[in-house]
Design a protein around this ligand. Structure first.
Ligand code: FES
Length: 165
């Protein structure tokens, strides 16, 4: 799956025709259309949403209404380092909430958001399957466990240095 996470100009009109051709443009197709956009881009580019609504049976307001209702959809590209914080039961009990707060504080971003420099994005996810390391998050492809909210800055620095290397 290829993600175009840059803002390079694209032929969104052609892309819109392609997506509506593949998914259909009826009202009940709004969710499959959104899923297809996100599959292709990793998020929902505004210009593409606009082009799609020109040729489909739903308005921009309707499409955004559906998109904001479901937390799976995102409106900004993921950061270079996508942070996925587990908020499953074991991690929750081990303090995942404080980890999320520490991350948001440190990066001055909200869950679902990407930092202004495009480096980090924060998401919460369900059990990552390594509960014995709780609390856990993914930093890109790496799993990092035993997170300490007081050490969050260090954890981020270490992980980004490692993945830059
Ligand atoms: S609950 Fe977090 S890894 Fe299982």
């Amino acid at each position: 799956m290829s993600h175009h996470e840059c803002t390079c100009p694209k032929d969104f009109a052609a892309e819109a025709r392609d997506i509506v051709g593949a998914c259909g443009g009826g009202r009940e197709q709004a969710i499959p259309v959104l899923q297809e956009i996100q599959k292709r881009y990793g998020f929902l580019p505004k210009e593409l949403m606009r082009e799609i609504c020109k040729i489909a049976d739903f308005s921009e307001a309707q499409l955004y209404g559906v998109a904001t209702f479901y937390s799976q959809f995102r409106f900004k590209p993921r950061g270079k380092f996508a942070l996925k914080v587990c908020v499953g039961t074991a991690c929750h009990v081990a303090g995942a909430g404080a980890v999320v707060d520490a991350l948001c504080d440190e990066l001055k971003a909200k869950v679902g958001d990407t930092t202004g420099d495009g480096r980090f994005s924060i998401e919460t996810v369900a059990c990552l399957g390594c509960c014995s390391l709780a609390p856990v998050m993914m930093i890109g492809e790496d799993t990092v466990g035993y997170l300490d909210p007081l050490q969050i800055k260090k954890t981020l620095t270490k992980a980004s240095e490692k993945q830059n290397a």
